[in-house]
Design a protein around this ligand. Structure first.
Ligand code: ADP
Ligand code: MG
Length: 705
């Protein structure tokens, strides 16, 4: 029944079906019932003409038609109807399909009109309103929760405006019977959570009886969506835990202890200690670790990586006594280089072999690295995605660390996983905090650790928002800070769509700046995507060495680059950056002991969203809080990594709002699997069936898409 093609629905037919498929992806009945209203309006409330205002999202009037005529020529030809109640007159206007409307309408009988009022030449009018005869039946059917559906121009043209879609839903709901809608949850769960049946939920979501039933319908359908994503992820997790054998690193060995007692440069923060404990447990457990380490920029993830690596390479393979090896993959050369230097300097007194492998490693060096990896001489390899290449073969890799996860895809993770006979432990580090709900959904198959504490002595970055007219003040501030010996970043936006303009702005900004900050007192670097690698590297190095005080750049400044003396970040046209990007950029400073500052420069006219972004940045340094706001403003679709995650299949649930339902869905799925991991019992069969069905649907979709 639900698989019936949409053209068979009474009132649809082949032509409308064609548009429904193209515009909304509605192919079969099932697609239609899951095409949910985007809001509801109260159709039991009537307004008076005298109450009309543009502020009302819509008005509903009762009255009679005084007069109607077709006026204007060509493009502005339209039907104008004067509609009156006992408080005044309003104009109804149709620009399209008016011949048909004019034929239908009669003078002197009572109509109900529904639409959005706008004011034109001092008079209110409603363009293309819904209009219906007021009959007893009509009044009885008026609902306090009438569903409103998104429609498109092409659909409207075919009579499938919100009203038309609602009619189709009505037709379908009359045909649907209880037995047509398969239940997706066991009776036990339905009754445990006092849910309504799936069948009832579909009816109530489209045609709610009252607020309470609407609430129940939403809860039921959102739960279903979130529950199945969680069930899928948690199963993956369980299956992996039971079938994939992980290396056991039982021993905290010599290297680890030596480093810890002699070379650890500072006391670990509480959060670092906690995370190390979690990692140790994982690597000693016999199950293969897949752990996501989230921690704001500057929270000290590198040290956690280093300690984990020492834990790993102290251990040996039982079969041949070969020591385990470890690697770190970073998204850019500069970052890889920086990790390499950090590791070398921290481990210089110890007998550990470390190498750096990137795209620019010379052939001879590269060959030597390859062979030392194979022989087991090399303990730690640090590099870029050059590590993924098939020629890179380890004797015995035991731990893979991936830095800045969001720049690498799932497939790249998988390639590294395949570099030993059994998959190595994986530690994935990201500095882009993700809201908890999103993390649960995106990385539900990973265990997560969070570093929610900055190293001591770090002063919170002060963030200010300035407008163009305050620029001189900002320059004054820069001069003060440079006089104190600090360094400054000035970042310009650069996006493809407006690349030419953006480069002009950058150049203009730089030209103004060197007038304001002339040599020889000041040295200004500039780095952007049009420079070649060597030029970029040269300028970066000058800044790193402190030879220049100001670095003008586009967003090419690397994520994670650590220059403690750079303590001021100026972001130009800050309104053009997304929240997570602003937060990432701000994270370039605040790495030393000095007070750091971030200045957001914007124009005057800010939209609501931009203002919210600036206020959020000024208010808080907490990456998680920022990510929550980001999710609310943007929705999950625009957040990196969501595309292949199932988040995009969510039609009703909203990760920014439905955290509680998600939590409940996850717990429910978890205890279900704890009890019956293979979903073998009779009552749990329903889940296997659904999982398979969903899998099949997804595959069909990927074929169409
Ligand atoms: P991120 O998490 O952004 O990768 P890093 O690992 O680069 O952060 O650490 C940022 C800075 O904090 C580095 O200079 C590092 O040496 C320092 N650091 C890390 N852990 C501690 C600690 N426990 N105490 C003091 N400083 C620390
Ligand atoms: Mg880092």
């Amino acid at each position: 029944m639900l698989d019936t093609p949409i053209e068979y629905l009474k009132g649809i037919g082949p032509q409308r079906a064609e548009v429904l498929k193209k515009e909304l992806g509605i192919y079969i009945y099932r697609d239609l019932i899951t095409y949910y209203p985007f809001r509801y309006v109260d159709r039991t409330r009537f307004h008076k003409v005298s109450e009309i205002s543009e502020d009302l999202p819509h008005v509903q009037l009762r009255g009679v038609i005084d007069k109607m005529e077709i006026v204007g020529q060509k493009k502005v030809k339209r039907l104008v109807v004067l509609f009156r109640d006992n408080t005044g007159i309003v104009e109804l206007v149709w620009f399209k399909g008016y011949n048909w409307v004019a034929q239908k309408l009669q003078l002197g009988v009572e109509y109900c009109v529904f639409g959005k009022a706008t004011s034109f030449n001092g008079r209110y009018n409603l363009a293309h309103p819904e209009i219906e005869l007021v009959t007893e039946d009509f009044l009885k059917q008026q609902s306090a929760f009438q569903s409103v559906y998104n429609s498109t121009e092409k659909l409207k043209f075919r009579g499938l405006d919100s009203e038309g879609i609602r009619k189709a839903q009505k037709t379908l709901s009359f045909q649907l019977q209880d037995q047509h809608i398969e239940e997706t949850l066991s009776e036990e769960i339905v009754s445990d959570h006092k849910m309504i049946s799936r069948f009832k939920a579909f009816q109530q979501i489209h045609f709610p009886e009252n607020a309470e039933m609407l609430g129940k319908a939403e809860f039921r359908l959102k739960f279903d969506e979130l529950f199945y994503i969680q069930l899928r992820l948690l199963r993956l997790n369980k299956v992996r835990a039971n079938t994939v054998h992980g290396f056991v690193f039982p021993k905290v060995g010599k290297l680890f202890n030596e480093f810890f007692s002699d070379y650890l440069p500072f006391e670990l923060t509480g959060a670092q200690k906690r995370v190390m404990k979690e990692i140790r447990l994982d690597m000693g457990s016999g199950r293969q670790m897949n752990r996501l380490l989230q921690g704001d920029v500057g929270s000290g993830k590198t040290l956690v990586a280093l300690l984990s690596i020492l834990l790993a390479i102290d251990n040996t393979r039982a079969s041949d006594g070969a020591h385990f090896q470890a690697c770190i993959m970073a998204p850019t050369e500069i970052l890889a280089q920086q990790h390499f230097e950090t590791f070398k300097s921290l481990l210089q007194e110890m007998s550990i072999e470390i190498a750096l492998l990137t795209g620019s490693t010379k052939t001879k060096e590269r060959k030597s690295i390859h062979s030392k990896l194979l022989s087991g001489e090399l303990n730690i390899l640090i590099g870029t995605h050059a590590l993924i290449e098939d020629v890179v073969q380890f004797k015995n890799i035991g731990l893979v660390v991936i830095d800045e996860q969001h720049r690498f895809g799932v497939q790249q993770r998988a390639k590294l996983r395949d570099k030993n006979t059994s998959p190595p432990h994986m530690l994935i580090m990201t500095a882009t905090p993700i809201p908890r709900t999103l993390a649960m959904t995106l990385y539900g198959d990973l265990d997560t650790s969070i570093i929610d504490e900055l190293p001591p002595g770090r002063k919170a970055i002060k963030t200010m928002h300035y407008m163009e007219s305050q620029r001189l003040r900002v320059y004054g501030f820069i001069k003060e800070q440079v006089a104190l010996g600090r360094q400054v970043y000035i970042v310009y936006p650069l996006i493809q769509e407006s690349e030419k303009m953006d480069y002009q702005n950058l150049q203009q900004g730089y030209d103004n700046l060197i007038v304001e900050f002339p040599a020889p007192n000041y040295q200004v670097s500039i780095v952007h995507g049009k420079l070649n690698k060597d030029q970029k590297e040269f300028e970066m190095q000058r800044f790193i060495k402190g030879e220049t005080q100001i670095m003008v750049a586009t967003t090419v400044i690397e994520v994670g680059v650590n220059i403690p003396n750079a303590s001021i970040m100026i972001i130009e046209s800050a309104e053009r950056f997304g929240l997570s990007q602003l937060h990432q950029l701000r994270g370039r400073v605040g790495r030393g002991a000095e007070q750091s500052y971030c200045v957001l420069m914007t124009g005057y006219k800010l939209g609501v969203d931009s203002r919210m972004r600036m206020e959020t940045m000024v208010r808080t340094n907490d990456g998680f809080e920022i990510s929550e706001v980001d999710l609310k403003l943007r929705g999950p679709g625009d957040i990196e990594g969501t595309q292949q995650s199932g988040v995009m299949d969510l039609k009703l649930a909203n990760l920014a709002q439905d955290g509680q339902i998600l939590q409940l869905a996850r717990q429910t799925a978890q205890s279900l699997l704890d009890e019956d991991m293979n979903l073998e019992t009779e009552k749990n069969k329903v889940y296997l069936v659904q999982l398979e069905l969903q899998q099949k649907n997804r595959q069909n979709w990927s074929k169409i898409g």
